[in-house]
Design a protein around this ligand. Structure first.
Ligand SMILES: NC(=O)c1ccc[n+]([C@@H]2O[C@H](COP(=O)([O-])OP(=O)(O)OC[C@H]3O[C@@H](n4cnc5c(N)ncnc54)[C@H](O)[C@@H]3O)[C@@H](O)[C@H]2O)c1
Length: 360
């Protein structure tokens, strides 16, 4: 993900009339090969394997930290102690207690801190948000927010740190994919009152890449069935985080249904927005979207956006908000929202243990 961030900064000039300039000046990684990759970027002045050296650099204003989850809390706290602003990768710490400590340290430090979640910055996702905020849904019926992967269906895929609790956390797939599905609902004020979870662990070991096998002890799939209390009614919301979703390569999708209107968007069909209208006849309308990103770029309006584009847009939202120039646009995940997502994941673990709904 560090290289994805470098890619976003390297084409910052595509943003039109953007108030902030961004320059990648320092990189840190433990691997020589990765540090060497960054040497092709002319603005980088510091290459180091010691993040403390990077944090000591007066040239650095903002730090993006994309490391395994067991390192999040300690490095995030060091970033804040060094007086730098932070774009944290998700999850916001390895568990709820860590998330609360990071949020509290962020508040005390006064630094600008946000957490990563890029898919809401796609044009289709923005349109779903617009529909949800339009007041034209009628009575809210249900909400689905889902993120599906499939490569773990292959049992010969070697283990990595994301499949092991000691590095990824007990929340497993919820820590990996959960903030991506919680961002829009939480920003829209759809804050679950109760959670009933279904967690699945299907593959318990995987090849270790050295001829043997290693334990694979994280949750593969998680479904959080949530109750929202909206205008005096209890409304179901399902949050799905899956590493075992047949056929899905990074498919993020969101659907909002009401009695009068609705909207649905999936990265599986990146140009397609579906909206629902109930008039004399009921109809789902398919719109072929273009490049209507929140922050305009030089890319023509008919072209289709993808992952690198929403990642750039997320960074633009971070930089704009930090500069006081978000101007009402959708912003990156706040520390409070990140903590709230952890409260949902902790409730998910508790619900699975007790096989009962848990108040959040
Ligand atoms: N926003 C997204 O869409 C998205 C996608 C994938 C991963 N992520 C998140 O990004 C983070 C990293 O995931 P990844 O897929 O890039 O993992 P990765 O394993 O590919 O990369 C992690 C990097 O951290 C380096 N590293 C480990 N310890 C370090 C230390 N002490 N100092 C400096 N560097 C260190 C490793 O050498 C490695 O290059 C995780 O939090 C993950 O959840 C976000």
């Amino acid at each position: 993900m560090g290289r994805e961030a470098a890619s976003a900064f390297a084409r910052w000039f595509v943003l039109e009339r953007f108030p902030v300039r961004v320059e990648l000046v320092a990189v840190c990684d433990l691997q020589d090969a990765l540090l060497d990759w960054f040497r092709q970027i002319p603005t980088v002045r510091l290459f180091t394997k010691d993040h403390r050296e990077l944090l000591a650099s007066p040239d650095v204003d903002v730090v993006y930290v994309a490391v395994p989850h067991h390192l999040h809390e300690s490095i995030y706290l060091e970033v804040l102690a060094a007086g730098k602003d932070l774009l944290a990768e998700k999850p916001f710490g390895i568990d709820l207690a860590a998330a609360r400590r990071i949020r509290d340290a962020a508040a005390t430090s006064g630094r600008f801190v946000r957490c990563s979640s890029e898919f809401p910055f796609l044009p289709g996702a923005q349109r779903v948000i617009d529909v949800a905020r339009s007041g034209k849904l009628g009575r809210l019926l249900e909400v689905h927010s889902c993120f599906w992967h499939a490569s773990d269906l292959d049992p010969s895929k070697p283990v990595n740190w994301k499949r092991q609790v000691k590095y990824c956390g007990e929340i497993g797939v919820m820590g990996d994919l959960g903030l991506h599905v919680a961002h829009i609902p939480l920003r829209l004020g759809w804050n679950p009152a109760r959670v009933y979870s279904q967690l699945q662990k299907v593959y318990t070991e995987r090849p270790d890449g050295k001829g043997g096998f290693a334990a694979c002890d994280t949750w593969d799939n998680a479904q959080l069935h949530c109750d929202l209390e909206v205008s005096g009614s209890t409304v179901p919301m399902r949050l799905e985080m899956k590493r075992l979703a047949p056929g899905a390569t990074n498919t993020w999708w969101v659907e909002v249904l009401g009695t009068e209107g609705g909207a649905r968007y999936s990265t599986a069909e990146p140009k397609t927005l579906w909206t629902f209208e109930r008039q004399k006849e009921q109809r789902w309308i398919r719109v072929d979207l273009g490049f209507q990103t929140p922050f305009p770029t030089i890319t023509g309006g008919i072209f289709e956006p993808g992952f690198p584009d929403c990642f750039l847009q997320m960074w633009a939202a971070y930089a704009a908000e930090r500069d006081g120039a978000l101007d009402g646009r959708f912003g990156c995940v706040t520390p409070d929202e990140a903590v709230r997502s952890h409260e949902l994941f902790a409730a998910g673990l508790e619900s699975h243990r007790t096989r009962a709904a848990v108040a959040v």
